[in-house]
Design a protein around this ligand. Structure first.
Ligand code: PEP
Ligand code: MG
Length: 590
């Protein structure tokens, strides 16, 4: 009998294969009291395990094939840095001495302390760094407990063509599995922002996360079909399902070829309305991906990654060199630099003095944090200004919730301009400044904000989280994430209208902008600039180039005014298929 399971599709594509259940035994860590004379030997045992973990990871990194996406080696480098960090080396050693306990226990205590700090961070990207800690700690624990690491080749050579189901996967696991020709991943934990999701997307391997207890219900060796678009898994499919799957797979391959052919095409609707497609990037490496799909520029450069894995704040010169590299690589295409959107981040030394926020998502994050700590903000502003002398650069301010934050930011920008002028350093005096609209208050006040800035950019990831009061990376409430919620659509519509009245551009840089399902709806609401991960650009372009704006208006209004989720889903489907909505519209509008 076939069984259907549901998770979150995080890397698109279809896969069929036999399941390999990764039952990594739970590590059983217990406390043991040592006699004083054994403490030194225990420290040596611990440090030897850390050394061996370093060797294992270096060997994985040295064997990464050339064509592996850069993110993968970046994750491994992060893990290598962590293994060398006092947080994982010296702190457990101290605990062994102070508590006279075994190394495993000391490492567990230190892991718990570090993870607690990570869990209280409000920035989802930084919070997912807790996974890195766990991956590194588990590697050391396995060595201490004399368990084999996953990547021992003899363990996994049979994985070719299979779909791996695990609780969670480390970047190292994924590299090794990709080598072995895994065709899909399913994990029990994680959300769209988890490492498995990010890496699977960049490897182009279909993946589904958040399938709770998958290993309980799906057997090792069982055949499954995985649909990375919808998040559905069909276990033990019958012949009919397999035939259907094969045809979907063929269609997918054709679609891929068609998309490649769109690279050089203009982005323009059938009635001749041009649309701008920008890319969201996180580091200079992503610019290659942007060029590969010929995106028009960078709509969102998340600068938080400059601050990670270090104890100090990047200097103005570091910021500048980094932005300069990007401006050069972009060859005249615009670079929108979002000023740093950090939360209660303990990785920055100056934060050590701060008490942990009770509710970091509502705390001193984004622009609040920058205004509160000019030493963090000013070097970045000066560096952005300096880079603006070398090419088209814009500034984007995150988490704006009131007008005064815009005014204060503009004042600091003015101060930076004056100081550069005084030093004789060039910059673009007309540099454009935009506000991210990601707090409901900002969306409602967009008319006022639009008078003070040059452009608005809708950050739907946070806007949805704050509007619907759901933590976007909390597995338990992920189901509430709904870009079509009437409240969300009303706010988006309001922001676009505010931009129109003030005659300033409005873009969208949250995940919603890169999801082909919402493109026609957003077009019809008047959105003309979309910013998204580079690998979504061609698919979105395809939808735009097949849309006629006149045909969208009625359906879009119906969706906007529909409060019944099922009816709304039908309307959206009709909009995307180009079916007239009349009958349903009249009901929805009533
Ligand atoms: C957003 O909130 O939609 C956004 C683009 O910012 P981030 O995902 O970095 O919070
Ligand atoms: Mg955001």
């Amino acid at each position: 009998m076939s069984l259907l399971f549901n998770g979150i599709g995080v890397s698109r594509g279809f896969a069929i294969g036999k399941v390999h259940l990764l039952q990594r035994d739970q590590l059983d860590i217990s406390q043991q009291q040592l006699e004083q004379q054994h403490v030194n030997a225990e420290i040596e045992r611990f440090l030897a395990a850390v050394d061996l973990a370093l060797q294992q990871l270096r060997s994985v990194r040295d064997n990464i094939p050339h064509n592996t996406p850069i993110e993968i080696s970046e994750f491994i480098d992060t893990h290598l840095l962590m293994l060398d960090d006092p947080m994982l080396k010296e702190a457990p050693t101290r605990i062994i001495i102070e508590q006279q306990c075994n190394a495993e226990w000391a490492l567990k205590l230190q892991r718990d302390a570090v993870v607690e700090v990570f869990e209280r961070m409000d920035d989802p990207y930084l919070r997912t760094r807790k996974d890195d800690i766990d991956h590194v700690v588990q590697r050391i624990q396995r060595i201490l407990l004399k368990k084999e690491p996953l990547e021992e080749p003899e363990n996994i050579s049979f994985l070719h063509g299979s779909i791996v189901i695990a609780d969670d996967l480390t970047p190292a696991d994924m590299i090794v599995m990709q080598h072995q020709g895994i065709v899909g991943f399913i994990t029990e934990s994680g959300g769209p922002l988890s490492h498995t999701a990010i890496l699977a997307r960049s490897l182009g391997i279909p993946a589904i996360v958040g399938v709770h207890q998958a290993r309980h219900y799906i057997k090792d060796g069982e055949e499954v079909i995985l649909n990375g678009y919808s998040g559905l898994i069909l276990a033990t499919p019958d012949d009919k399902a397999i035939t259907h799957f094969r045809s979907q797979q063929q269609a997918q391959e054709q679609q891929r070829l068609q998309l490649n052919g769109l690279k050089d095409a203009d982005t323009i609707t059938l009635d001749g309305t041009p649309v701008i497609l920008h890319a969201n990037i996180e580091s200079a490496h992503d610019i290659d991906a942007l060029h590969a799909v010929k995106a028009h520029g960078v709509g969102l450069y998340r600068t938080e990654f400059l601050y990670l894995n270090r104890n100090d704040i990047p200097s103005e010169e570091e910021h500048y060199q980094n932005y300069l590299n990007m401006v050069t690589a972009l060859q005249g295409a615009p670079l929108t630099i979002r000023t740093v959107d950090l939360g209660a981040d303990k990785e920055i030394q100056s934060d050590n003095k701060r008490p942990l926020a009770h509710n970091p998502a509502l705390g001193l994050r984004g622009i609040r944090r920058c205004l509160n700590e000019p030493a963090l903000f000013m070097p970045q502003l000066r560096a952005i200004l300096r880079a603006s002398a070398k090419g088209p650069v814009k500034i984007l301010l995150p988490m704006i919730s009131n007008l005064s934050e815009i005014h204060q930011s503009l004042e600091l920008l003015e101060v930076s301009k004056q100081s550069l002028q005084y030093s004789g350093l060039p910059f673009d005096p007309q540099i454009e400044v935009g506000a991210m609209i990601e707090v409901p208050a900002a969306a409602i006040s967009a008319h006022y904000f639009a008078q003070a800035v040059d452009f608005l950019s809708i950050g739907t990831n946070d806007l949805i989280q704050y509007t619907l009061a759901m933590d976007r990376i909390d597995d338990e409430v992920n189901y509430l994430y709904d870009p079509l919620h009437p409240a969300v659509l009303t706010l988006i519509n309001h922001v676009i209208e505010a931009g129109k009245s003030a005659k300033i551009p409005v873009s969208m840089c949250g995940e919603m902008a890169g999801d082909p399902r919402y493109v026609r709806l957003l077009l019809s609401l008047g959105l003309r600039t979309f910013s998204m991960p580079p690998n979504s650009v061609l698919e979105v372009k395809q939808v735009i180039n097949n849309s006629h704006l006149d045909n969208l208006k009625e359906s879009a209004q119906a969706i906007l005014h529909c409060s019944e989720p099922l009816q709304q889903a039908t309307l959206l489907q009709q909009l995307n298929l180009g079916i007239e909505p009349q009958s349903v519209y009249s009901q929805a509008a009533r």
